[in-house]
Design a protein around this ligand. Structure first.
Ligand SMILES: Nc1nc2c(c(=O)[nH]1)N[C@H]1C(S)=C(S)[C@@H](COP(=O)(O)O)O[C@H]1N2
Ligand SMILES: [Mo]
Length: 199
């Protein structure tokens, strides 16, 4: 009769999981911020999508909360090599926010309270691939993790999931964001290990 320790079972389960190349699993939730955590009073919070012709679409905090929410459960992968599996969030899909927006732009530059930016093709925000989230694991999103609201784009490295998101600027031409302009990969697909420019 064999004895199987819980530790062994846990390890086996983790081994069975397929992670993007070079990633390891963590149960923690590390905080990675390029600057201080901004304080954003909810009565002054706004989310703005601006089109390439300068048209602006705006939501207040109350308006965001009134929109139909989704609860995506997704895996997240940081370029510093940690991955977390099965994280659950609550927020509004970008498909819904983009519904009324008239645009022929191909690119998005995401802006944050505090000044951080990140860029991605507009199509990577659509078709159920991205959300503006305000809850994590059933609680309001903690300030250090991007509260009151952050972008969630789990199919790309987590630096694209902009914390304290303030708006999205739609553009005909691509423009590198904060990390992209100092050597991170412009696109950042974890499954192709696109960590740095040239990968
Ligand atoms: N506004 C803002 N968003 C940001 C960052 C940042 O410095 N500022 N860091 C990015 C990076 S590199 C990562 S890995 C994740 C980290 O999110 P977390 O601190 O919730 O783990 O946020 C991303 N979004
Ligand atoms: Mo990161």
């Amino acid at each position: 009769m064999g004895i199987v320790s819980p530790g062994f079972r846990r390890r086996r389960r983790d081994d069975d999981v397929e992670l993007p190349p070079g990633q390891y699993l963590t149960q923690d939730f590390p905080v990675l911020s390029a600057g201080p955590t901004p304080n954003i009073p909810l009565d002054r919070w706004q989310f703005t999508i601006s089109s390439e012709i300068g048209q602006e679409y705006q939501w207040t905090w109350d308006e965001l909360l009134e929109l139909p929410a989704e609860e995506p459960t997704v895996d997240i992968h940081c370029v510093t090599k940690w991955s977390k599996l099965g994280t659950t969030w609550r927020g509004v899909s970008l498909d819904l926010l983009m519904e009324e927006v008239e645009t022929t732009a191909d690119y998005a530059l995401v802006h944050c309270y505090g000044g951080y930016t990140t860029n991605l093709p507009l199509e990577d925000l659509l078709d159920g691939k991205a959300w503006v989230v305000y809850e994590y694991e059933g609680s309001e999103l903690a300030p250090q993790h991007g509260g009151p609201a952050r972008l969630l784009v789990p199919h790309l490295y987590f630096w694209k999931s902009a914390k304290w998101v303030r708006g999205i600027q739609l553009q005909e031409f691509d423009e590198p964001g904060f990390w992209e302009s100092v050597g991170y990969h412009n696109y950042g697909d974890p499954w192709r290990e696109e960590r740095y420019a040239g990968d």
